[in-house]
Design a protein around this ligand. Sequence first.
Ligand SMILES: C[S@@+](CC[C@H](N)C(=O)[O-])C[C@H]1O[C@@H](n2cnc3c(N)ncnc32)[C@H](O)[C@@H]1O
Length: 253
Amino acid sequence: MSLDDATRDRFAATAERLAALAEQRIEGIRARMVELLEPRGDEIVLDAATGTGSYAIALAPLVRDVIAIDSVPEMLEEGRRLAGELPNVTFIEGSVYDLPVDDATIDIATIARTLHHLDRPGAALDELARILKPGGRLMVIDQLVSENEREAELYERIERMRDASHVRTLPDSSLRALIDASGLRLTRATSEPEERDLERFLELAGCTDAQRTEIFAYARELVDSGESAGVDLRVAGDGFRFTGRVGCYVAQR
Ligand SMILES: C[S@@+](CC[C@H](N)C(=O)[O-])C[C@H]1O[C@@H](n2cnc3c(N)ncnc32)[C@H](O)[C@@H]1O
């Protein structure tokens, strides 16, 4: 199956549950966007791989216009529903590699929790850099893996078993290098822990019982052999918990 097909299948199947999660997160994301990006109110924003629109909808009341792009129609449909009467968000089907806007026309570009689904994350960042006005800003948010290759690989096995549209989670150093290679200047980088319940994490990706059984057996093996996969994987009640890390980067053209 091609990556595009895997992405379409995975997100079409889980669009409704991801929209429910997005709805709970919008207020918190909005507060974070105010703090991180300090919008003036007159910006044109493009949110690439918007999914069900959590970042686009969070930003809309803070800026002039938001263009929200995603390749999966079911996700866009949920985004339009969540946006309701918001007058300044437009959801468009499209690819992060070929954004439907001219060079140097966007004040703020965002891409959240998506680079790990892309086989060419550097090309996506180049495309986002292309559309930014001089002085425009890019915000990248994504989960991170350990800088230790072995720990990263142990964790990545869980991601690959969970989701056929997963490609590769990057460590902080690789993400910084890609931003640098896109010609943008990093102005801010932070990361924070994200607490996860494994069962819920699998549910969000629409895992089958067979996938769950396989991943739980793998988690048990890791814990029994004293491996925490760089995410402090641990037993909690009948299941497992782990502490991921989410990086947030702002870079300027
Ligand atoms: C984990 S979701 C993140 C959605 C949203 N940014 C958020 O943080 O809630 C990843 C999204 O990337 C989209 N996506 C993956 N590959 C894409 C591509 N090549 N072009 C456009 N969208 C893509 C998927 O359809 C999905 O909606």
